[in-house]
Design a protein around this ligand. Structure first.
Ligand code: FAD
Length: 819
């Protein structure tokens, strides 16, 4: 066995073999793959092989599309039949809400260039008469996907990697991973040890065991999944014998199952309620290419529904039932990318659609490993999107829920119920009593909006929808209150850090594109870019002393940003870095009456422009509590963020609530904040700001200082683009004449002259303009103010016009207004 390699991939399933292949294609031919059993012996061997392109996420959609293209290309290059049957995937809808889901998705498919067709029940019946279309309202067909033989494509990856120089060792179980004194990895197996620079963990159901070898706990826990294979069915045999095409993979989403032909019979795969997590405390040592005992009782409802939709299914006797564990994560997306805090270690774990994802996962992870970043934004897949809250018991609940929700209606305002409430602010109960309806983000409960109080309407519950839902009037009232009066936002989930010490300023200056705040008490909005000029992080930085900086970042980015900050900080001890998110709470008071309200509770603190200008901070008090007031906000009004030691949180809330009463102050949630920030064209991390798009393309011109003295990450690329380099996109704000009952969500395609010219990143309703509003990336030749285009919502095109940046109060006069 080799004693050294540049990279070791652990795990010989579809994902590991794809990564090995892609690494060798990128020139990393000194590559080894270790498999404890045989290739494909994990989940890969018993997968049904379906390759559905349907996915509501832009990043995952890109990954899956890449796989399909790659499987076609590789099979042709190698002249090998990998069992790719291009039968298409057909999703049926029983309700108008389900059609809304498909139509919302279709707009994302347009942005991705994924072809699809609509079939009415009649058209479906004409094409596939064995399907009972009774009760259907429509269906969506992806003609270019289908299914594949998972083992064949995995073996093709393995062969191609070997041809490029990689070595694969089977029956070689990785038992430990340690560091050599020289900083390399030592991957240990009973057959011998290998030192290497880089390790990739692609170990399927064993992911937690592998992660534990490098001291990490990841929320990957498998869930049982079953499918039934029938004997031959006379109608299916006759249908094919008559020369008819194979049925597409059928999905009755409302009955939560998929079905495809298999050797004259059918496969039925239900996503049943209450499927249990498996291997929670580790996969048994003797579990190799094994299956779990079948549990047909769990499938009963789905089987009955399948009899109705495909009556001939009842004719086929059950030949085999496969029950295998599928690795799941709390949100159903895999963990693809850097392991937090562990250099040169990468995860490719938690794939629940790993056959569909393998090709794209190998492609993009290889870019991350060999070039530092992928060409697409992989944030939705990044292992650092979870934090320490994602414990094993949490993952059990959420992973079972993610499985259960595969076919649930994925309304963009969906908030899932499992593992709630977990992380709460001290004011949680107070807010709840005032009608707060919470969502969960990074484990935190955040008020999305304030509905009727439990006393007013104990039965009130949010009903998610693709259209304006029952929360809409409440959110509108909240947004109006901020524009015309004053609102109070609980915003403690911001991530907060402190960087101090003699080296802090120089280090931070090299990290962000803007100048650091110079004076003590000054605040600056800054962005950390990638080497290619993409935007990886957004930080509001307050200089609290000559060599101390208070840094506020996106709450959901905490693990991700913390990993970057700790990885890049100088190792000479000149910078101390603290994560202080949980110690500090934040309220925001914003609106034209914010100053008057705060004047009554801040103990004669001068809140006028001279003493307390925009983008500055002052220490003071609210009630009796010591606080730091920062004159910034994300809604574009006169306002202050009140940062405070968390133990004063409820006192401050009570004081503000009392002081707000005479003003008619309103509690305001995240959804109204989102609408308001769109009116100001404030970019959001993870939507308008992403590594896939450069800081110029995101329109961050005001925050990029190419001329500052310190070189910063991304400067060379941004300088080149500024000097005339091509721009793929330009971020714009669109005002839309949309329908009466729906708003954009930020997933829609943008059209001009019959072609897709962009995609929306954020959307909602503008209370100021009284119409829909969105932010979108469009081709630069469509980005001029006044350009007219259309946005596709629920399968219809609605006129949209590019507004000036910050269409509401473009001069920022309201935020800067004096006393
Ligand atoms: C019943 C069922 C049906 C499915 N149907 C589909 C489908 O239709 N479409 C789809 O896209 N997905 C489907 N899936 C999911 C799919 O099977 C998985 O997502 C995919 O196989 C994951 O591939 P992988 O390479 O990540 O993991 P695996 O295939 O599990 O491979 C991991 C490998 O790592 C090895 N390993 C683990 N630990 C070590 C170690 N310490 N040392 C060395 N080797 C190690 C294991 O032996 C294993 O071979 C299905 C799953 C099930 C259970």
């Amino acid at each position: 066995m080799k004693s050294h390699a540049r990279v070791v991939v652990i795990g010989g399933g579809a994902v590991g073999c794809s990564i090995l292949y892609h690494l060798t294609e990128a020139g990393w031919t000194d590559a080894v793959l270790l498999e404890r059993d045989e290739l494909t012996a994990g989940s890969t061997w018993h997968a049904a092989g379906l390759l559905p392109l349907f996915n509501m996420s832009y990043s995952t959609g890109q990954m899956h599309r890449h796989s399909i293209d790659l499987y076609n290309r590789l099979a042709a290059e190698w002249d090998r039949d990998v069992g790719f049957r291009h039968v298409g995937n057909l999703r049926m809808a029983r309700t108008r809400a389900r059609m809304d889901e498909y139509e919302t998705y279709a707009s994302t498919a347009d942005s991705l260039g994924i072809p699809y067709e609509w079939l009415t029940p009649g058209q479906l019946k004409d094409r596939f008469p064995l399907v009972n279309v009774e009760g259907l309202v429509g269906s969506l067909l992806h003609p270019t996907d289908g299914y594949i033989n998972p083992a064949d494509i995995t073996m093709l990856f393995a062969d191609a990697a070997r041809k490029n120089g990689a070595v694969i060792y089977r029956q070689t179980d990785v038992s430990a991973i340690t560091r050599t004194p020289g900083g390399e990895w030592l991957v240990q197996t009973p057959q011998g040890d290998i030192t290497c620079d880089v390790v990739v963990s692609a170990t399927g159901n064993h992911a937690r065991r592998t992660a534990a070898m490098v001291g990490l706990s990841i929320p990957v826990i498998p869930v049982e999944h079953q499918y039934i294979v029938t004997d031959e069915i006379p109608e299916i045999v006759a249908w094919r014998a008559a020369g008819n095409p194979e049925h597409p993979v059928l999905r009755d989403a409302d009955a939560q199952w998929y079905m495809r032909e298999e050797r004259g019979g059918l496969i039925l795969g239900p996503y049943e309620r209450n499927a249990p997590a498996w291997g929670v405390y580790g996969v048994p040592e003797n579990f190799r290419a094994d299956l779990l005992p079948a549990d047909l009782d769990r499938l009963e409802w789905h089987i009955e529904e399948a009899f109705v939709r495909m009556p001939c299914f009842a004719e086929g006797g059950v030949k085999t039932v496969y029950n295998g564990p599928i690795a799941y994560t709390p949100d159903g997306n895999p963990l693809l990318g850097r392991a937090p805090g562990v250099p040169n270690f990468y995860f490719a774990e938690g794939f629940s659609f790993g056959i569909t994802a393998a090709g794209g996962a190998g492609h993009y992870l290889t870019q991350i490993i060999t070039a530092g970043e992928a060409e697409i934004d992989t944030l939705a897949l990044d292992p650092r999107r979870f934090g320490p809250y994602a414990t094993r018991p949490y993952a059990v609940k959420k992973n079972e829920e993610a499985y259960d929700h595969v076919f649930i209606l994925h309304a963009p305002d969906e908030e899932r119920p499992a593992a709630r409430a977990l992380r709460t602010m001290p004011s949680y109960d107070r807010l709840k009593a005032r009608g707060a309806v919470f969502g969960q983000r990074f484990g935190w409960e955040r008020a999305n909006f304030y509905g009727p109080t439990p006393a007013e309407d104990p039965a009130f519950a949010e009903i998610p929808s693709f259209r304006r839902a029952n929360w809409w009037p409440f959110v509108r009232a909240e947004a109006e209150a901020v524009r015309s009066n004053v609102g109070l936002i609980e915003a403690s989930t911001f991530a907060k850090y402190r960087a101090s010490g003699p080296g802090a300023a120089a280090w931070l200056d090299g990290l962000v594109a803007n100048r650091l705040p110079q004076g003590i008490g000054r605040i600056q909005l800054t962005h950390a870019c990638t080497a290619k000029g993409g935007v990886r992080s957004e930080f509001t930085i307050l200089r609290e002393a000559a060599d101390s900086f208070y840094i506020v970042g996106a709450g959901a980015a905490e693990s991700y940003d913390w990993d970057y900050l700790t990885r890049t900080r100088p190792t000479d001890g000149s910078v101390q870095l603290e994560k202080i998110t949980n110690q500090i709470g934040v309220f925001v008071v914003a609106g034209p009456n914010a100053r008057a309200l705060l004047a009554g509770v801040t103990d004669r603190l001068d809140l006028g422009n001279k003493a307390f200008p925009w983008l500055t901070a002052r220490d003071g008090t609210v009630g009796m509590a010591p606080v730091r007031l920062m004159r910034v906000n994300y809604v574009g009004e006169l306002g202050w963020e009140i940062h405070h030691p968390i133990e004063y949180h409820n006192h401050i809330f009570d004081v503000l609530e009392e002081a707000g009463r005479p003003f008619g102050m309103k509690l305001v949630g995240i959804r109204a904040m989102n609408w308001l920030r769109l009116e100001k064209s404030y970019r959001g991390w993870g939507t308008e700001l992403s590594k896939e798009v450069t800081a110029w393309e995101s329109g961050l011109d005001r925050f990029i200082r190419l001329d500052k003295n310190t070189d910063f990450v991304g400067r060379a690329a941004l300088t080149a683009q500024h000097a005339g380099g091509a721009r793929a996109w330009q971020l714009v704000t669109l005002l839309i004449d949309g329908p009466d009952d729906a708003d954009p969500w930020g997933v829609e395609s943008i059209w001009a002259d019959g072609a897709v010219i962009g995609r929306a990143t954020g959307g909602g309703y503008s209370v100021h303009f009284g119409q829909q509003i969105a932010m979108a990336f469009v081709r630069p030749d469509h980005a001029a103010v006044g350009s007219r285009m259309a946005i596709k919502m629920l399968e219809r095109l609605y006129p949209a016009e590019v507004a000036q940046d910050s269409p509401y109060d473009p001069d920022n006069a309201r935020a800067r207004v004096d006393a």
